[in-house]
Design a protein around this ligand. Structure first.
Ligand SMILES: Nc1ncnc2c1ncn2[C@@H]1O[C@H](COP(=O)(O)OP(=O)(O)O)[C@@H](O)[C@H]1O
Ligand SMILES: [Mg+2]
Length: 385
């Protein structure tokens, strides 16, 4: 150590300091549990409002009907459905179609989820009816079953057998709920899958389906177009943002311990900034909370929280921006400045179809007007103009 050049020693001191700083930062955050949560399904104390929606969904799963629930991404579909199912005390399995790669994969995922609610031993006799026997192994890391089928087999037979198993393991008085998340993906998975699945569903009596989707236009095509096999299959329900008053109370109450005198005002500023978006409001509130612990001396903590989020996502935003064509960039900039888009720069039809595409890809949402989905992306664009 003695022979080490001074610059190296300084560097070593600095990195020890930086490590200690990082450790104490993490320690501080760990010790004071953040009362806000974003990015996963929220429940219990992290879940607010949606009382009517939960009651409505429960009413559905208690009847013999199916439910279709539409909202943009991160509005709270999965959370509200999880809560209603939990209250109903019913068995359920969920498969996100966005993570499914083929009909065989869908069958395997359904069966894997099924094993989570039904231990293998009790349904072994039902599996013996399968025309193609799956390979089932226990994953030592998760303790759950992994399921796979031999490649190359007829995938529609697999789906029929798995669905029949689920149906037969239940009764009229013990119906199971199947949740398909991002259901609009069914159209991309396999050209005949919608017809196939509908035909299977028509023979079932012991399953309620809850079909969630975040692409409004595809979802309405599936359920509202007369030619679609899923035409009017279930009740269509739309989930909006959280009501401001309730969300305000939720945020303000939690900020109270850190910002006693300003919690109401801060909750207002957060909701103004995010337009009451469930996910981004929780994200901003969580970051504000962290700043209050890590930099208690900071005067404008909200500004610092916004900065932190925008900067930490800068690379992603840059990548997204680079992939936009000129029309999209122009529209996003117009929405950022709340400009009217009809300025003669582009024909109305071009603007309209570009907006629809941006909406389909989740960059823009429409509630009572078009707006940029992510307020921090909007901020990033604004800073670059
Ligand atoms: N009822 C709620 N109360 C509080 N926060 C919510 C609520 N619903 C959603 N959120 C916030 O939005 C995020 C996304 O919710 P999620 O249910 O995953 O939405 P979706 O399934 O529509 O994408 C959650 O992690 C949480 O931060
Ligand atoms: Mg979800």
């Amino acid at each position: 150590m003695l022979n080490q050049p001074k610059s190296l020693r300084v560097w070593a001191d600095f990195s020890t300091f930086a490590n200690d700083y990082e450790k104490s930062r993490n320690e501080k955050i760990r010790n004071m549990e953040n009362p806000f949560k974003f990015g996963t399904i929220v429940e219990a104390e992290y879940f607010t409002d949606r009382i009517e929606e939960v009651a409505y969904i429960r009413h559905f799963v208690e009847s013999a009907n199916h439910l279709v629930l539409i909202s943009p991404r991160r509005f709270g579909k999965s959370s509200v459905v999880a809560k209603a199912i939990k209250q109903s005390n019913r068995k359920s399995i969920t498969v996100n179609l966005q993570q499914v790669t083929s009909v065989a994969d869908l069958s395997a995922k359904l069966l894997r989820e099924f094993f989570r609610v039904h231990p293998m031993e009790r349904i072994r006799h039902l599996i013996s009816h399968f025309r193609i026997i799956p390979t089932v192994t226990t994953n030592p890391l998760t303790g759950f079953m992994d399921v796979s089928f031999q490649p190359g087999v007829d995938a529609s037979i697999l789906l029929e057998d798995v669905m029949e198993l689920i149906e037969n393991a239940h009764t009229q008085n013990d119906r199971i709920i199947i949740v398909f998340d991002e259901f609009q993906e069914i159209l991309d998975l396999d050209p005949r899958l919608d017809k196939k699945l509908r035909a299977i569903m028509q023979k079932q009596e012991h399953i309620n389906y809850i079909l969630l989707g975040s692409q409004e236009s595809m979802m309405t095509d599936i359920f509202e177009k007369k030619k679609s096999p899923f035409y009017h299959v279930g009740e269509l329900m739309r989930l909006g943002k959280l009501p401001r008053e309730d969300f305000h109370r939720y945020i303000s109450e939690r900020l109270k311990t850190r910002f006693a005198n300003r919690c109401d005002e801060l909750a207002d500023s957060i909701l103004d900034y995010t337009s009451c978006h469930p996910y981004y409001s929780q994200q901003l509130a969580a970051n504000l909370w962290n700043i209050s612990i890590l930099q208690p001396e900071k005067e404008d903590a909200l500004e610092a929280a916004i900065d932190h989020i925008v900067i930490s996502h800068g690379l992603d935003y840059e990548r997204l921006w680079m992939n936009f064509n000129r029309t999209n960039k122009w529209i996003m900039q117009g929405l950022t400045r709340n400009n009217a888009l009809q300025t003669g720069e582009y024909p109305t039809s071009t603007i309209y179809s570009a907006l629809k595409r941006l909406q389909k890809n989740g960059y823009v949402i429409y509630t009572d007007h078009y707006e940029i989905e992510d307020p921090f992306f909007k901020e990033w664009i604004l800073r670059g103009i």
